[in-house]
Design a protein around this ligand. Structure first.
Ligand code: GTP
Ligand code: MG
Length: 358
């Protein structure tokens, strides 16, 4: 299951534009009426470095799924409010706020104000969550009447969420112990999802942001969430260019070393504590996404459940050793090919060869 991110924000903030630069799709920007879905390859130069020594038939990066929904608006009136179900099962939210002036792009609230816009969107998520929480409380209270002890604890926890949401705070900051989170696992609260903010700025503010993005960053400083500055408009124009050389030249002109989407994907990995490991052979050099802390059999299971079930051992090379020594053979000779068992915790950049038997 690849990492899945949902893109949210008020109408006209640039969600579809950002989605297009990320996915290479050409979804029509401007008042969105449907959800767009696409997958984004995770940029990782290491794949190409490994392949220099392997010359495999293909290179397969790992991917992130993105869902772009139409804009949310006050009082449930935005088209996007009907699409919230589409982002129920995402792992993280990318909240885009409009930080550019453009008289040609109308703003639903009549003026550019990212701090206010964020509050509008947050409120819509919290209202939706409050409905889910209240429904679940009713369900649990029926079970309590039937003498279910665990339901009693569940109802207490849900009441904490209810009060928290009623005081206009997101579920993710509710004062609840990690072990009590299981009581909300089945209702997929939107405001419980980890969030990244993207300030969508004008072209000339692509590198250092502008007054809007600074004010916005200051307003969310207490959340300790990552705030990225991306000029989605110009970046989507650049992403649409055919030639890679042109794309690089235009990015450099804008003062950018790499596409904002790369930063976005890295930030999402960081936010969710994700890592990458590699497999490398003549057929393909491939990157795989895992959670930090996964053991070798669990990582093998990401490739195929058979590999987890029949896991025997894993041969592990560190990326840096492989690049320095240039082959599996040389790594073996240098004592840099480790044979690891079931308890080995996979590290970012490991090149794994899973031995299994089913
Ligand atoms: N000037 C400028 N225009 C932009 C920028 N990003 C997006 N736009 C324009 O703003 C308009 C709205 O952008 P979209 O990406 O469709 O916005 P959205 O958030 O998807 O809007 P909804 O789908 O209605 O919620 C389009 O005409 C874009 O071309 C930007 O960075 N600068
Ligand atoms: Mg849109």
């Amino acid at each position: 299951m690849p990492l899945k991110c949902g893109i949210i924000g008020v109408s006209g903030s640039g969600k579809t534009t950002l989605f297009n630069c990320a996915s290479g799709h050409r979804a029509e920007p401007g008042a969105g009426v449907r959800a767009n879905m696409g997958s984004v390859t995770v940029p990782d130069k290491r794949l190409y470095e490994i392949d220099k020594f392997i010359r495999s038939a293909k290179i397969v990066p790992t991917t992130v799924e993105m869902v772009d929904i139409p804009g949310l608006a006050k009082g449930g009136t935005g088209i996007g409010n009907q699409f919230l179900a589409e982002i129920r099962n995402v792992d993280a939210l990318i909240h885009v706020v409009r930080c550019f002036d453009d008289p040609m792009v109308p703003h639903p609230e009549g003026s550019v104000d990212p701090v206010r816009d964020k509050e509008i969107v947050d409120l819509e998520l919290q209202i939706r969550d409050l409905e889910s929480v209240e429904k679940k409380i009713q369900r649990l209270e029926r079970q309590v009447k039937n003498g279910d002890k665990d339901a009693k604890r569940g109802a207490e926890v849900l009441h904490i969420y209810k009060e928290h949401l009623e005081s206009l705070k997101p579920a993710r900051t509710a004062p609840v112990h990690a072990e009590d989170k299981k009581y909300i696992a089945d209702i997929f609260l939107l405001s419980d999802k980890p969030v990244l903010y993207v300030c969508n700025v004008d072209e000339k503010s692509a590198v250092s942001g502008n007054d809007y993005s600074s004010r916005f960053a200051a307003s969310v400083a207490g959340e300790r969430a990552e705030v990225l500055v991306i000029a989605a408009g110009i970046e989507s124009d650049i992403a649409a260019l055919e030639s890679a050389e042109d794309r690089e030249a235009f990015l450099a002109d804008a003062g950018l070393g790499e596409p904002g989407v790369n930063r976005l994907v890295r930030a999402a990995y960081h936010l969710l504590d994700l890592q990458v490991f590699f497999t490398a052979g003549p057929k393909e050099v491939r990157a795989w996404t895992i959670n930090r802390g996964m053991t070798a059999p669990q990582a093998a299971g990401v490739i195929h459940s058979d590999l987890e079930r029949g896991f025997i051992r894993s041969e592990v090379m560190k990326y840096d050793d492989f690049i320095r020594l240039g082959s599996e053979h040389a790594c073996r000779d240098a004592g840099k090919l480790m044979v690891e068992g079931k308890n080995y915790v996979v590290q970012d950049g490991d090149i794994l060869h899973i031995r299994f038997n089913v």
